[in-house]
Design a protein around this ligand. Structure first.
Ligand SMILES: *[C@@H]1O[C@H](CO)[C@@H](O)[C@H](O)[C@H]1NC(C)=O
Ligand SMILES: *[C@@H]1O[C@H](CO)[C@@H](O)[C@H](O)[C@H]1NC(C)=O
Ligand SMILES: *[C@@H]1O[C@H](CO)[C@@H](O)[C@H](O)[C@H]1NC(C)=O
Ligand SMILES: *[C@@H]1O[C@H](CO)[C@@H](O)[C@H](O)[C@H]1NC(C)=O
Ligand SMILES: *[C@@H]1O[C@H](CO)[C@@H](O)[C@H](O)[C@H]1NC(C)=O
Ligand SMILES: *[C@@H]1O[C@H](CO)[C@@H](O)[C@H](O)[C@H]1NC(C)=O
Ligand SMILES: *[C@@H]1O[C@H](CO)[C@@H](O)[C@H](O)[C@H]1NC(C)=O
Ligand SMILES: *[C@@H]1O[C@H](CO)[C@@H](O)[C@H](O)[C@H]1NC(C)=O
Ligand SMILES: *[C@@H]1O[C@H](CO)[C@@H](O)[C@H](O)[C@H]1NC(C)=O
Ligand SMILES: *[C@@H]1O[C@H](CO)[C@@H](O)[C@H](O)[C@H]1NC(C)=O
Ligand SMILES: *[C@@H]1O[C@H](CO)[C@@H](O)[C@H](O)[C@H]1NC(C)=O
Ligand SMILES: [Cu+2]
Length: 472
């Protein structure tokens, strides 16, 4: 199942479906259940449900990379991205709530261009293809570091003033209800439940032939990353201490990939599946924060642990859960074949390419009008942690009028010069159909093909379980 492209990020705890176990289980489901037994929060019932769900989503498959995607990623090799200074110069990444209005608008405009000219879909497909080459193992951190830096470079081709912000959800964590955070307003990510119809990322299509959707805070199994989680990571010294090897999610509390999976599943919808996650712009801001945490870890490794951070990797034979993962240090980096996995550990990514501004802290909170300090909001909140305002405090948001299907052919966005995309067929550059309804039709066609065999009775539940993806 690992090579198939779509895997629910956290395997053991998706428990949305009510299932009766009277079918003959396919080998992939049995294998998934076996693996789950090694996990710290093992629950037989939940595992059966979530392995089944994973299996069904696998059958739907998202699209594999195509020729156009290959051209897109070849460009990074041509510019020797990583080996030479980035064409658009160094950049600083900050929490998204610290950006001023102009900066936010420039960011959203750049996303819009990359969406309309097909770049976002190329990235979404690369991420969702051969997922075993960069998940559940040692290459997870270095691969995603390069992937989002490459995406950021594309944003900067549209507008050189833009850099990729991070979303520090360890602030949202201490809100009474993190789902009420300002990020879920029109000022930032837009609505957190159902099809994304509000805010700057409205009406874009995701990996399942449906508009991007979310289902935040739907399950108690998945949470955001807390300051305590981060503090625990910082007690370790080696790459192997915080990454996954042969065994899935061992030592979960100090495993950065597992913690990251939980955030994907907490957001839900497209973000909950490897095949579709990178179609939701939140993906990039989530991963920028994971990369930020990793960078803090690396600083500590160098300063306090005396570790050579360009060489410290996992041990041979213990690179990834999937034995075919090709996640060794010298294996090529998927999609960026001119690089090796270990090249993602070069120091100069964060010296020559990008650097991080520290996350906002009390009392100033980065001068953000969306963050504040109030100790009484949650007595468990560690000192110095800012509290995001609630989503009702997004005042006078811009009336976003992005026309996602508009032909892409203008100099716009604050005068930035744009490359002109190729003439586009309807839906070109996306994996997409036009409407959610058509997506549902596709799913039903797949079901009708009998792919699900003995599992037909299960499908209704499955479709309901997918409601975040298929209906508002
Ligand atoms: C697991 O499912 C069985 C059958 O539905 C039920 O009797 C049992 O209580 C469940 N166990 C847990 C821990 O939920
Ligand atoms: C794109 O490149 C990958 C490997 O980089 C290859 O497996 C795939 O066949 C290529 N796709 C096309 C359509 O050429
Ligand atoms: C970054 O460091 C690596 C390894 O030392 C080197 O090969 C690469 O060219 C460097 N990149 C830049 C932009 O200097
Ligand atoms: C927003 O930040 C940019 C720098 O990125 C600055 O040039 C601009 O003046 C700021 N705008 C406002 C309204 O503060
Ligand atoms: C889990 O971590 C503890 C220390 O925190 C260590 O003693 C133990 O060996 C680790 N287990 C695995 C399987 O890595
Ligand atoms: C990777 O390649 C380097 C240099 O070619 C070599 O020194 C190292 O032993 C290799 N590592 C592994 C695990 O093969
Ligand atoms: C701080 O939070 C508490 C509890 O939510 C609230 O009652 C109080 O008004 C807040 N204080 C300020 C200055 O916002
Ligand atoms: C937002 O813009 C649309 C299209 O320009 C317009 O129809 C609508 O009335 C506007 N809404 C508000 C609240 O200004
Ligand atoms: C695209 O832009 C070019 C140059 O600005 C212009 O000549 C052409 O008519 C435009 N095409 C469309 C479909 O707008
Ligand atoms: C889309 O725009 C980006 C940024 O300008 C550019 O790098 C890319 O080549 C464009 N893609 C297409 C298909 O035109
Ligand atoms: C994959 O792409 C083809 C066209 O290249 C399209 O017809 C098909 O619907 C796509 N499948 C998915 C699942 O997006
Ligand atoms: Cu990923």
């Amino acid at each position: 199942m690992f090579g198939k492209g779509v895997v629910l990020l956290s395997v053991w705890c998706a428990g949305v479906l009510a299932v009766k176990s009277t079918w003959e289980k396919p080998p992939a489901v049995i294998e998934c259940e076996e693996r789950a037994k090694d996990e710290p929060f093992y629950s037989e019932n939940l595992t059966e449900q979530s392995c089944m769900r994973t299996f069904l989503v696998d059958l739907l498959e998202t699209n594999k990379t195509n020729d156009n995607d290959n051209i897109t990623f070849k460009q990074f090799e041509q510019m020797m991205f990583g080996k030479q200074l980035p064409p658009s110069g160094p950049r600083v990444r900050r929490d998204i709530r610290v950006l001023n209005e102009t900066e936010l608008h420039k960011l959203f405009d750049a996303f819009d261009v990359l969406y309309r000219n097909g770049t976002m879909a190329s990235f979404g497909r690369l991420h969702g293809t051969n997922t075993h080459l960069k998940h559940h193992g040692a290459s997870f951190l270095p691969w995603h570091r390069v992937f989002i830096a490459a995406f950021e470079e594309k944003l900067r081709e549209v507008d050189p003033d833009v850099s990729l912000p991070y979303w520090d959800y360890s602030m949202d964590y201490y809100m009474p209800k993190p789902s009420m955070s300002i990020v879920w307003s029109k000022c930032f990510f837009g609505n957190g439940v159902g099809t994304v119809l509000k805010g700057p990322f409205q009406s874009i299509y995701g990996g399942f032939n449906t508009p991007v959707s979310r289902d935040i805070a739907a399950s108690e199994c998945h949470g955001l990353i807390s300051k305590e989680d981060i503090d625990e990571l910082m007690t370790f010294c080696n790459f192997a201490d915080i990454t996954i090897g042969k065994t899935l999610y061992k030592n979960a509390s100090h495993n950065l990939e597992k913690l990251h999976d939980d955030v994907h599943d907490w957001v839900g919808g497209d973000m909950g599946y490897l095949g579709s996650a990178a179609y939701d712009p939140i993906f990039y801001m989530h991963h920028a924060f994971i990369d930020y945490i990793w960078e803090k870890f690396r600083s500590r490794q160098a300063d306090e642990c005396n570790v050579d951070i360009e060489k410290d990797y996992r041990e041979p034979g213990d690179y990834s859960v999937d034995p075919n993962g090709q996640q060794g240090p010298n294996d090529t980096m998927h999609g960026f074949e001119y690089l090796k996995n270990i090249d993602g550990l070069w120091k100069n990514w964060t010296t020559a390419f990008y650097s991080y501004e520290d996350a906002p802290e009390c009392p100033k909170c980065g001068n953000s009008k969306y963050l504040y300090c109030n100790k009484s909001i949650n007595p468990n909140r560690p000192n110095g942690v800012c509290v995001p305002k609630t989503l009702d405090l997004c005042v006078n948001p811009k009336n976003w009028t992005y026309v996602r299907d508009a032909l892409y052919n203008q100099t716009q966005n604050h005068g930035a010069k744009l490359l002109m995309g190729p003439a586009r067929l309807q839906g070109y550059g996306r994996t997409r159909f036009n409407t959610e309804q058509e997506g549902l039709v596709l799913l039903k066609q797949e079901i009708a093909k009998g792919k699900f065999g003995d599992f037909q009775f299960f499908i209704l539940n499955f479709v309901q379980g997918m409601s975040g993806l298929l209906t508002e």
